[in-house]
Design a protein around this ligand. Structure first.
Ligand SMILES: C[S@@+](CC[C@H](N)C(=O)[O-])C[C@H]1O[C@@H](n2cnc3c(N)ncnc32)[C@H](O)[C@@H]1O
Ligand code: SF4
Ligand code: SF4
Length: 385
């Protein structure tokens, strides 16, 4: 069995209570057992997972969009050839999983398909994708269609009904389109997860939505915490859900798992605020800059998807000036600092009150919400703005 198939089968589970374990000093391995042993980066770090934005354009205009996606094509958007070149370099560093995201990937199906086929046919790595669902057609989901190429597809809901979801996307009718997209994927038997992102004032009603989704064949839901990145950052204070809202949302998800028998999952960053949710295999601890990077449509590289658009955590740009992903992964001073924070080796952290959050929580969230006074002291953000 190919490792990625095994990894996918291992992601099932619901209602499992597990503590957020201590961060290990050892670089982690691919969930499917990929060793990445041939091309280890500096300090033995292997770049196993790359999420890359294949385009910048989107038909929606979400308030929280980490990619700051927009309607028009961005002049600096990377070409297919540039994306292939970058992924080929990543393969040399241990690549064994690629996420193709955007913008809205289905806004440019030809580009998505060309990159997807390159990953599968040339690099021999499995791929997953994220879509807002509104542009999904039956044609995309049929055998031979572009979405049938992916081992996982996500469709995201930002509210449980049209009023709430459309408020976040700023496009009327988007909820109906997203629901139809999820239904089309589910009916075609694609490996679909519906993502739920709770935000302030819009967290309620997800139980009802889950029931509706189950009715059309959806079996898997993933909770996603809002990150203070991209367009979400300036509005994070008023958009992030309160602790009470999160508790209610988490309770709803556990009820969905028990009552509806649906798989409910969450990654490490999400479980920091909702620890009762089952951990997604491969996301048991923070892997930001440890085995992964996120590359935006313009070639800016970040240590993980949650960090995308957090300017302080930008590692460099692989589109311009001939910078190689290889060099960034091995020699980026910012990446070196991030890894040392996780290994508890950065002396400046010793006295910092945010240290527990950085070391066993989320550096991205710390960097994105840090009070001004702290910014001078923190080596991750000082001198970067
Ligand atoms: C940037 S979008 C691109 C793909 C596609 N257009 C979509 O919306 O799914 C990828 C995923 O990141 C999520 N996302 C965007 N901004 C985010 C933020 N600030 N915090 C957490 N998730 C975010 C989206 O909702 C979506 O699930
Ligand atoms: S989150 Fe996705 S759907 Fe929303 S604006 Fe960004 S790219 Fe578009
Ligand atoms: S906020 Fe900065 S100084 Fe404080 S623990 Fe995190 S990385 Fe270290």
């Amino acid at each position: 069995m190919r490792w990625h198939r095994k990894a996918r089968e291992n992601t099932d589970g619901r209602g499992v209570h597990r503590g957020v374990g201590r961060i290990s000093n050892k670089p982690a391995r691919c969930p499917g057992g990929c060793t990445g042993e041939t091309n280890m980066g500096r300090d033995g770090y292997s770049l196993e997972h790359v999420d890359i934005e294949v385009n910048h354009r989107c038909n929606l205009a979400c308030r929280h969009c980490s990619a700051r996606a927009a309607k028009g094509r961005a002049p600096e958007e990377m070409s297919v050839a540039q994306i292939k070149g970058i992924l080929s370099q990543a393969k040399e560093l241990g690549l064994c999983k690629v996420g193709l995201t955007g913008g809205e990937p289905l806004r440019d199906v030809a580009k998505l398909e060309e990159v997807a086929r390159f990953c599968l046919d040339v690099l021999d790595v499995p791929i997953h994708t994220h879509t807002n669902g509104t542009l999904v057609t039956e044609e995309h989901c049929k055998p031979g269609g572009v979405l049938a190429l992916f081992e996982a597809v996500s469709v995201t809901f930002l509210g449980a009904n049209a009023e709430k979801h459309d408020y976040m996307t700023r496009v009327k009718g988007s909820f109906d389109g997203t629901f139809r997209g999820a239904e089309t994927c589910a009916q075609a038997g694609l490996p679909l997860s519906c993502y739920f992102i709770p935000t302030h004032g819009l967290c309620g009603g997800f139980k009802g939505l889950a029931q509706q989704l189950k009715g059309v064949g959806v079996t898997r839901i993933r909770a996603m915490a809002l990150a203070p990145s991209g367009r979400a950052r300036p509005i994070f204070g008023e958009t992030a859900p309160t602790r009470d809202e999160l508790r209610e949302f988490e309770k709803d998800l556990l009820t969905i798992a028990d009552g509806l028998g649906m798989n409910i999952e969450a990654g490490n960053c999400t479980r920091l605020s909702m620890p009762g949710l089952a951990v997604l295999r491969g996301h048991e601890q923070c892997m930001s800059g440890v085995n992964r990077v996120h590359i935006n449509s313009k070639g800016d590289v970040f240590p993980c998807t949650a960090a995308s658009g957090v300017r302080e955590l930008r590692l460099g740009n692989v589109r311009k000036n001939g910078t190689l992903l290889n060099d960034l992964w091995r020699t980026s001073p910012q990446l070196e600092k991030i890894r040392r924070v996780r290994r508890q080796q950065l002396p400046s952290c010793a006295e910092c009150t945010l240290r527990p959050k950085c070391q066993h929580g989320c550096t991205v969230r710390n960097c994105g919400t840090m009070p001004e006074a702290m910014r001078q002291l923190c080596p991750l953000v000082s001198g970067t703005s």
